[in-house]
Design a protein around this ligand. Sequence first.
Ligand code: UD1
Length: 421
Amino acid sequence: MKEKIFIEGGRRLSGSIPISGAKNSCLTLMPLSLLSESELTLKNVPILSDVETMKALLESLGCVVSYQKSNNILNLRMSDKPLFLAGYEIVKKMRASILVLGPLLARFGEAVVALPGGCAIGARPVNLHLMALEALGASFSIENGYVKGKVATSLKGCKIKFPFESVGATANTIMAAVLAKGTTELVNVAREPEIIDLCTCLKSMGCKIEGDGERIIVIEGVNSLKGTIHNVVMDRIELGTYMIAGAISDGDIKLTGGNVALLEKFIEKLHEIGIEIKQAEDYLRVRRISNAPISSTNIDTEPFPGFPTDLQAQMMALLSIADGVSKIEEKIFENRFMHVPELIRMGANIEIKGRKAIISGVDKLKGAPVKATDLRASVSLVLAGLAAEGQTEIDKVHHIDRGYEDIIQKLKSCGAAIKRV
Ligand code: UD1
């Protein structure tokens, strides 16, 4: 069925929003079930369509998965009859599907995974994943759109230097190296909190890992992994998104369960443009400083701890109504400005020059029919709709279900006039 989101803009948000478990962490943790014969239990799991997609993928590989949505728990146990084919029908829905490659090769020595292909935000190749797994001893061929991987005897630890930081390639390589023989040293790895969460879970499964959260990770391979119970880290991108919801609506909201330490650069920018964030004992309070307009700023997206690319579209919606001219340079993905034409439809003044967007602030955005193109682009339109005069109608809203648990209810509880039809 074709669903749409309708927003009547101009309401100041006020109330409290709970922050869910991190989508990206959960998608990276779920494939750990392939590494062990014992059960993996994940708590604080968000209710999202991407989690459903990863569940379907793991089930197609022989994993038994129960998703208890009423209490946000996932139980995953790999059966003793593994299958090795991650088919295109599932992989094309979600690039994170490539994360089953490392675990399948490490434990079973065989994997056939459809190539994820391009996506709305860029080409997103998987060459670094394959380079690192090859260095550990896997061999690959590409046939009919599938990566076919084999391990002749077993993976062997070695030193691998990544040319640049990749979250996915770091995760895939860690998941393979934990079962490799000997020591693996990974240099220039991603330092995202979701990588730390992955390593924390792996350590509680019996892995020997040092340096997570730093540039060099050292892993001592083990023979087998035990089961564990792990709490998924909170979603820093959801937290940042709702901070912007408070700021863009000139509201005053409280966010519970969030951790500002995981968003330092982003919060520094919010302070700079006139948004106040106060940490109370068990919540964060977000509102504009006095009645001053939001100021303009310049932002470059960067790997953690820099400004996250996953908050770029939302920040652009906010800067659309700032006082003055802002610049955003997208340094992670080459085509992540799909939200720009839609924001322009709502009255924003944005010019694209290659990887740079120049945003000249306007007094008011105006409601309009717009189309969601990817997850973060779609939520930037919701944010713009909260600030806009009149009605915003967002089409193709299935994108938002991939990464925002219960967004309509969360915003409604703070007074937003938003509905899904
Ligand atoms: C992850 C996140 C995504 C986030 C991104 C960057 C998950 C499930 N997704 O995506 O939300 O936007 O990190 O923070 O965690 N690259 C290559 N070759 C490779 C791998 C990556 O060239 O083999 C490039 C990508 O095209 C991109 C850059 O490296 O330009 C960073 O991508 P990467 O960190 O790998 O992103 P993902 O893991 O796909």
